[in-house]
Ligand binder design. Structure first.
Ligand SMILES: [Zn+2]
Length: 100
């Protein structure tokens, strides 16, 4: 990962990203920054909240139903919107500019 991506991640807290971009909220803590997400997984036709876990510190996520996972909000943004790394990166950078 290059330096620009690291500084981007420093500017967007995973906690805020998920709270703003996903329906739901952080639920029960499962240890080491991981929380069960009280909302539906956006990666499969989820009907029951609780399959998705998110690390509110690192932004890593994992769905125990469909198996989708990633290490940070850039991965999440890419997968959710089917973007390339650079498209996801610029999209997120735009987001940091409008929230500042
Ligand atoms: Zn899923």
């Amino acid at each position: 990962m290059n330096g620009t991506a690291i500084s981007l991640k420093r500017n967007i807290s995973p906690e805020r990203y998920y709270a703003e971009r996903l329906n739901g909220s952080f639920g029960k803590a499962t240890g080491k920054g991981w929380h069960q997400w009280n909302g539906l997984c956006p990666f499969h036709k989820d009907k029951r909240p609780g399959s998705l876990v998110i690390n509110r510190t690192t932004g890593a996520y994992r769905c125990f139903s469909c198996g989708t996972k990633g290490g940070d909000i850039i991965d999440f943004h890419m997968q959710r919107h089917s973007l390339s790394f650079s498209d996801a990166f610029f999209d997120l950078r735009r987001m940091t500019k409008c929230v500042r």
